[in-house]
Design a protein around this ligand. Sequence first.
Ligand SMILES: Nc1ncnc2c1ncn2[C@@H]1O[C@H](COP(=O)(O)OP(=O)(O)OP(=O)(O)O)[C@@H](O)[C@H]1O
Length: 584
Amino acid sequence: MKNIRATLAIVWRIAAPYFRSEDKWAGRGLLAAVIAMELALVAINVLVSQWQNRFFSAIQGYELDRFVREIWIFLGLAFTFVALAVYKLYLNQWLQIRWRRWLTQHYLGEWLNGSTHYRMQLKGDAADNPDQRITEDVKNFVEQTLTIGLGLLSSIVTLASFVVILWGLSDKAPLHIYGTDIVIPGFLVWCALVYAILGTALTHWIGAPLINLNFEQQRFEADFRFNLIRVRENSEQIALLKGESAERGNLLQRFGFVIGNWYAIMSRTKRLTAFTASYSQAAVIFPYVVVAPAYFAKRIQLGDLMQTGSAFGSVQDALSFFVTAYRSLAEWRSVIARLDGFEMSVSSAATVAAHEPAISVAPGSAKAITLKQLLVNLPNGEPLVSADAFIVRPAERVLVTGPSGSGKSTLFRAIAGIWPFGDGTIAIPEKAKLMMVPQRPYFPIGPLGDAVIYPSDHGTIGPEKIAEALTAVGMPRLAKRLAEDGHWNRMLSLGEQQRLGLARALLHAPDYLFLDEATASLDEPSEARLYRLLAEKLPQATIVSIGHRSTLDAFHTRKVALVKDGEIHVLGGEPAVAEPSAAR
Ligand SMILES: Nc1ncnc2c1ncn2[C@@H]1O[C@H](COP(=O)(O)OP(=O)(O)OP(=O)(O)O)[C@@H](O)[C@H]1O
């Protein structure tokens, strides 16, 4: 019971915001219409049940006029039923797509808010495969919540209406055993109740493991898909390393989990279906067996017998809601658990800075970037880099060096504000524009022009300017292909991608440019040309580079090294380097 309450609380937390959103009137209106139609359908079922009694009584009494009249009545009821069923489904689907659109936009917004998506990955917590959660789980949540919610409502209303009918019929057809009437008020209702409760309890007992199995199935499927995508993304490396057989082994192992779990689902479902099918079949005959003695003793008419059968069926159906909906309920619960995990993970990643000691990146009044008592940790809390009273002044050119793995890139991540683990303060001049250029720049799939100016929107920088920047970085051939669609990270060499990365920097003209081995794949003369280009085009910009090549010294005014001090690397030594002008 506690579990059900907790699950319903989560459903409410996930579902309610849509009905309070800017689309609330459409959402509420559609929901109200769908509910009204669901109730109207129950009302028609009640009318059909009463019709059935009259119809079979007319047949039993050989009354042709009544028979024909009842046929017309049935046609009217059937027509209304069909119209309601069609529009209930249509409006339900309409509500589904609006709700899903809102929920998807909401989750995308939360996931891509600041660097939440990156922090979720860093924290490595429960939300595996967020892509699955935003696509399939959102879709299933909306669909199943409506189906199950409306099914439950319809069951309750059906139950209430048919219990009244069945109660009345119980008076007409009392329990008749060996020629004796045994009067138990509403005995047909009690029979249906006992039958359904037994069924529900047994179904839960047999089907409970399905909840977890379904959850696992979705996870294994998503893992398998994700690994296939990784192979596709890294296909060149895999081909070069001849890693196909390792990949096949890995993929088949993951697919093995899908299969293994599926067998467990199959065996459980087989047992559950054997029970639910027998249960539904028995339910067809059960009411007739119960009232047949009264009928054969001529205490009730054929119409009463038939109506009892169908009313019992309706009550029993309504009460057995959980029996028939068990599989979907199990799936629904795993969808809810996954969306809940996703929401938790998003909010924990978003509030990591508010709860734990974290690095604070704040706008400062000074014109320089200042690191104060900064301690950068790994996600597990191990200290990595420390820096205190370290200042990067405007228009300075700083080269950061240090052994591989000492934490240079992580320090840049902290300055960019995406690495919260640690302590201390990083003051960034107010309104200063920072830009990070990594060793492997990211280019979204699409037109080259848009990939270069990313993350600016299409058209915000004119094609002439983009072409000029591409020519300046030594890629005049690409300057003519700005409108061409492509997967540029795959099509260009790493050196070419790095040139494009610097073209992007030229176009965005940041105040502070951080180059993390951003030219490491270029030959030294090209690297020198690009550094000279940056000095010429962005004379006011501060440039902080990470690099291992000694030739880079010539383009920086200050060199700082990460020096090992016990377990940690300290940002320190400031040996002077040659004046940049002398090196040109
Ligand atoms: N997301 C992460 N989770 C756990 N450890 C990490 C993570 N990112 C980086 N590290 C660890 O932090 C350390 C510093 O990594 P970083 O990339 O900052 O080094 P670096 O000095 O830039 O190295 P290189 O010169 O080789 O590029 C490494 O030991 C690395 O394994």
